[in-house]
Design a protein around this ligand. Structure first.
Ligand code: XMP
Length: 322
């Protein structure tokens, strides 16, 4: 694959972009059909709308419930797209993902287990059953950059890793957003008619809450980080930050509750200022906000006795912890 021509957000004509990409999708798919997975993030939401403009009912859109999404997410997304005139089918794949993640502690192996479960076991099967030859996917340029640089293996980058999806999974991938970065995708999503809360959503990684649990993934740990995530997202919604998150650490620390020693879990909060996720700085949150976050988390998330705030920029940190 040759190098990708970046389209900077400032130089992007959303109208031309949408016209060009819908034409490209329609031409490639011809009179066949395509499928795509919607996670509700701005990238897959934009791809879903582009695909539906190009193909109408010939694009089947699925939401894969992998059990590692945020609170209430599957239903919210289905409802939003119903309002946009797009039918989204929920696939319950929770078992498949949790069993694939069992026993794995290495970050890259976790990503790989999610990739394999998603593309082979769940999506591969959906594509085979549907007869679709094409999969539409919301890969963006930052995913490609970071994969090539060997920083993180983004779950949705294949060509750059030398993986042929046709050979490996039996379908071709169309990536209409690959020339854009997040800021460009948001403009396209807005132009496609998505509501503000959908195109201005903070980024959320493909590996979902699994990117926010250090060490082995279990349903219990996901449930803890899910509660902490809801609190952090609620409290920081008006912060204007690029992204904010809660991370569940593996190491336990000594704490105390009701006058007794309590060897409990730690949650780390991260909140980022960034334009395109390539570099980021921690937001200078006030102590009032930090205290409130800590108070809510230790009083709501079972077993948590310590809450910390990350003050390291990217680099050398990355935004997610896994
Ligand atoms: P990092 O942690 O690499 O994150 O500094 C940069 C941005 O990318 C998001 N991210 C991902 N997005 N699949 C995605 O679609 C992934 O595997 C993935 N990993 C990180 C992260 O949330 C941040 O916005």
């Amino acid at each position: 694959m040759g190098s990708i021509n970046e389209i900077k957000a400032g130089e992007l004509s959303t109208e031309d972009f949408i016209k060009e990409k819908t034409r490209e999708i329609a031409t490639l798919v011809g009179d066949g059909s395509a499928i795509n997975a919607l996670s509700g993030g701005v990238d897959s939401s934009a791809v879903t709308m582009l695909g539906h403009e190009a193909l109408g009912e010939r694009l089947k859109t699925y939401f894969v419930d992998n059990g590692i999404m945020r609170e209430g997410e599957p239903q919210e997304i289905v409802t939003l797209f119903k309002e946009m005139g797009v039918h989204v089918e929920i696939i319950d794949a929770r078992e498949i993902f949790f069993s694939a993640l069992k026993g794995i502690t290495d970050p890259e192996e976790k990503r790989e287990a999610i990739t394999q479960s998603f593309y082979k076991d769940v999506f591969g099967k959906l594509v085979r059953d549907s007869g679709a030859k094409y999969l539409l996917q919301g890969t963006i340029l930052t995913d490609v950059d970071e994969t090539i640089a060997g920083i993180k293996r983004q779950h949705n980058v294949f060509a750059q890793l030398g993986i042929d999806p046709q050979e490996t999974f039996g379908y071709q991938i169309i990536e209409p957003l690959i020339q854009l970065r997040k800021d460009g995708v948001r403009k396209v999503a807005e132009a496609l008619g998505l509501p503000e809360y959908a195109y201005n959503r903070i980024p959320f990684p493909g590996p979902a809450l699994a990117a926010r649990v250090i060490g082995e993934i279990t349903e219990e740990k996901i449930s803890k980080v899910r509660i902490a995530t809801s609190i952090v997202e609620e409290e920081l919604a008006s912060s204007g930050a690029f992204q904010y998150m809660a991370i569940l650490h593996q190491d336990k620390v000594t704490g105390m509750r009701a006058g007794k020693r309590d060897f409990g879990s730690q949650i780390e909060i991260r909140c980022w200022e960034s334009i395109d996720a390539r570099n980021a700085n921690p937001t200078k949150l006030s102590y009032d906000i930090l205290y409130k976050l800590a108070d809510r988390i230790v009083n709501t998330v079972p077993g948590v006795v310590s809450v910390t705030y990350n003050v390291t920029p990217k680099p050398p940190s990355t935004m997610e912890a896994v």
